[in-house]
Design a protein around this ligand. Structure first.
Ligand code: ADP
Length: 259
């Protein structure tokens, strides 16, 4: 794969106690910088703005009001990008920030503009770091402005930028035949070549405390990409160096391969 989108979930960036997982962030910066040095084009989609915002204000619970969440996203996003900038700089890697809303892709003109920006950044060996613009997109206008979650956003970005592979990093080793948090007998599925209603049955509801999508939105993302003949792999983001294994063809995680 030459053009890769990597999506990292809140659950990999933030410890259950709310603290930022700097070890993971640093390793992610190291790995993605190394890939750029090997001539690969990398786009990072990162969640975590609201989680980091909570931590910044020493809050433990996500507020219910939308405006409070949007304010937290604003606080958290600037902190998050500052840390990314610092860590990537350490490895000599330039980054650029893109905060997107759904309507950017809905209108041909803004879509073309943002795709041009992606191309320019990638040509110059810069890693675009993408997040949903949670401070602008509003829940009530769900279908119009929000992607809903970064799982969808990462699939849309992979699709629109014509990426070969989406690497989705979560707090779990892959897709299991049952929710592993509830069933100790759950077994990892190493390859999925078709997503059916039965696949979604296995996905269950919302996942971790700080994550938003759970497995459902990850399967949706995989479905979208497989329909376009693209690949997705779901793997554990605790140690982002797993990306090296993924690209080396070492069997880890769950591969979603189009038939
Ligand atoms: P992220 O923050 O990385 O996007 P989420 O917490 O939203 O992650 O989703 C991952 C969670 O989905 C897992 O930790 C697990 O609890 C839950 N889950 C539910 N069903 C499954 C399944 N069949 N296989 C794997 N994980 C599952």
């Amino acid at each position: 794969a030459n053009r890769i989108v990597v999506k990292i979930g809140t659950s990999s960036l933030i410890y259950p106690d709310g603290k930022l997982n700097l070890k993971t962030i640093d390793q992610l910066a190291f790995v993605l910088s190394a890939l750029c040095n090997q001539g690969k084009q990398v786009i990072l989609v990162s969640s975590g703005a609201i989680g980091v915002g909570l931590n910044q204000l020493n809050l433990t619970e996500r507020p219910t009001s939308i405006s409070a969440q949007q304010a937290l996203a604003s606080i958290g996003q600037s902190k998050l990008i500052m840390i990314f900038n610092q860590r990537f700089e350490h490895y000599g890697q330039q980054i650029g920030q893109l905060l997107l809303t759904h309507d950017v892709f809905d209108y041909p003109k803004s879509r073309q503009n943002v795709l041009n920006t992606f191309e320019k950044l990638l040509q110059r060996n810069v890693i675009p770091i993408v997040n949903e613009n949670d401070s602008v997109a509003v829940d009530e206008l769900d279908h119009k402005t929000r992607f809903g979650d970064n799982d969808q956003l990462s699939a849309i970005v992979a699709s629109r930028t014509n990426a070969d592979l989406l690497i989705m990093l979560s707090d779990i080793d892959g897709f299991y035949n049952m929710n592993p948090l509830k069933s100790p007998d759950a077994a990892l599925i190493s390859e999925v070549d078709q997503i059916t209603p039965a696949t979604f049955e296995v996905a269950g509801g919302k996942g971790s405390e700080y994550g938003t999508g759970g497995m459902f939105t990850k399967l949706k993302a995989a479905e979208r990409l497989m329909n376009e003949n693209r690949q997705m792999v779901l793997a554990n983001g605790r140690e982002p160096k797993i990306i090296f294994d993924i690209l080396a063809g070492i069997p880890v995680g769950t591969w979603f391969n189009p038939l």
